[in-house]
Design a protein around this ligand. Structure first.
Ligand code: AMP
Length: 458
């Protein structure tokens, strides 16, 4: 946060009133730098992730531009187009714009896959000022001539790196092809791989470049700790941790959709209200799960990486990595859910023997060692491990090839990661001779690459 005010950045009165109602007293760093440039009509490249206040950074100037000398939209047209990779993010952006624009008389619509197109077509009949959309369905409706993009004055591409990851980029490029050349454009991305750099060159014209809080910085604000725990004991450890009431609003990350369901079911059965959110659920079910979590009906939200991407939920007390993510960057995104808008948070990770390699990758990215905390779960006997393993296999789990592990760089009992209590005991499980050799942490080759697209295809 800075000493500047929104008024000082040039934000106009009806928007200032809405911001005051939200208790936004000071602009965040990305807002401070982006808003004046955008109000001056520049294009913008924002290298930032969710949690930095980027929605208001592009949203406030966009609302202002559309409301000054407002001319009602013509049928089927949109004056501003915001593309987001996931349905949740699109809904969230729309809700933020509704909030910031509550004293303006602008028409909005959201176009998403996974739900009936008819209400969307009906809304677009009269045209809108602001259209937030996921790429697939939007392109579909444009090609069916339900939506015209030739009046778009402002384009926002949000989470461009995810657009690539999820295979939407061809659709995005086609959509950009329908837009007028004369327009203001903004692109936001948490990372800048070569593909995104190329897209920037194609879509933006002489952009102002604003880069805030490199990913590793988010990690600095989150108190992180790690338990070495064999996979079969993870649920037990999770239940033990949740006995601590300070874990009052918890997001648990799993690697797979089935894993998310299983953990949520386990928690619900043991009396902890939990919801699962992932790409196999209908849009309505996902919104319902989110609302239950936001509203406090569910204490735990179990999520996969893609489903949780960009989710903006206030006051998440803890993030628990039930399984470590395949991509180390996802770890940073995950723990960022508990340190929104400059706050602090607590992240706890579970690491099975087979996930040691993933842990090393993560520690390389965040440039620090995560504090290891011992737990006091009983050690499983080889027989118990075998029985658990057989049960898991009977339930259709896939396994990687067993491999020999060499202990990592951690020592047990280094201290307490902070914030959570009550599960202490043995020391490091790392060198546990009975730790299961299974789930080598890498996905089988036939599954690589395709998951994300399927999971959240919009
Ligand atoms: P975003 O990065 O756009 O997802 O925003 C992250 C969170 O910060 C959201 O909950 C916003 O409501 C909140 N936020 C954005 N700008 C400000 C601000 N200037 N002051 C306080 N909260 C903010």
């Amino acid at each position: 946060m800075t000493d500047l005010t929104f008024a000082g950045l040039g934000v106009a009165e009806p928007i200032l009133r809405a911001l005051a109602q939200e208790n936004y007293t000071h602009p965040t760093p990305i807002q401070t730098r982006a808003i004046p440039a955008l109000l001056a009509g520049r294009d913008l490249l924002g290298i930032a992730q969710t949690g930095t206040g980027k929605t208001a950074a592009f949203g406030l100037p966009l609302l202002q531009k559309l409301s000054v000398g407002h001319v009602p939209p013509r049928p089927k047209e949109a004056k501003a187009l915001i593309l987001a990779p996931t349905r949740e993010l699109a809904v969230q952006i729309d809700e933020s714009l509704r909030t910031y624009g509550r004293f303006l008389n602008l028409k909005r619509a959201v176009i998403l896959g996974g739900v009936s197109q008819n209400p969307q077509v009906n809304t677009m009949r009269g045209g809108v000022d602001i259209l937030v959309a996921t790429p697939g369905r939007l392109l579909d409706l444009v090609q069916q001539r339900h939506i015209r993009l030739d009046a778009v004055q402002v384009l926002v591409l949000d989470e461009a790196d995810r657009m690539f990851d999820m295979g939407f980029i061809r659709d995005v490029r086609k959509i950009v092809g329908y837009l007028p050349k004369e327009r203001q454009s903004m692109l936001f991305s948490a990372t800048m791989p070569d593909d995104v750099v190329k897209l920037v060159g194609d879509v933006l014209s002489n952009p102002e470049r604003v880069e805030v809080a490199p990913q590793s910085k988010t990690a600095d604000r989150v108190t992180q700790s790690l338990y070495y725990v064999p996979m079969p004991q993870k649920r037990q450890l999770l239940s033990a941790l949740l006995k601590d009431v300070s874990l009052n609003r918890v997001i648990v990350f799993t690697r797979t959709k089935h894993g998310a369901n299983r953990v949520a079911e386990h928690l619900s059965k043991t009396g902890v209200p939990a919801e699962a959110i992932h790409g196999n659920k209908s849009q309505n079910a996902r919104q319902r799960a989110l609302e239950n979590f936001r509203g406090g009906k569910a204490r735990v939200l179990v999520a996969t990486d893609i489903a949780a991407r960009g989710l903006d939920i206030d006051d998440v007390s803890h993030v628990i990595n039930f399984e470590l993510p395949q991509e180390p960057e996802s770890y940073v995104h995950r723990i960022g859910r508990t340190a929104r808008a400059g706050g602090d948070g607590i992240a706890i990770s579970f690491c099975d023997q087979s996930e040691r390699g993933l842990l090393r990758d993560i520690e390389r990215v965040i440039r620090m060692k995560i504090t290891v905390v011992p737990h006091d779960l009983p050690e499983l006997t080889p027989e118990e491990l075998k029985a658990v393993e057989e049960r898991r296999q009977a339930h259709g789990h896939r396994h990687g090839k067993p491999r020999n592990h060499h202990g990592g760089g951690h020592k047990g009992g280094l201290g307490h990661g902070g914030g959570h209590k009550g599960v202490h005991g043995h020391g490091d499980q790392a060198g546990h001779p009975q730790a299961p050799k299974k789930r080598n942490g890498s996905r089988p080759h036939w599954k690589r690459g395709g998951d994300k697209k399927r999971e959240n295809a919009a």
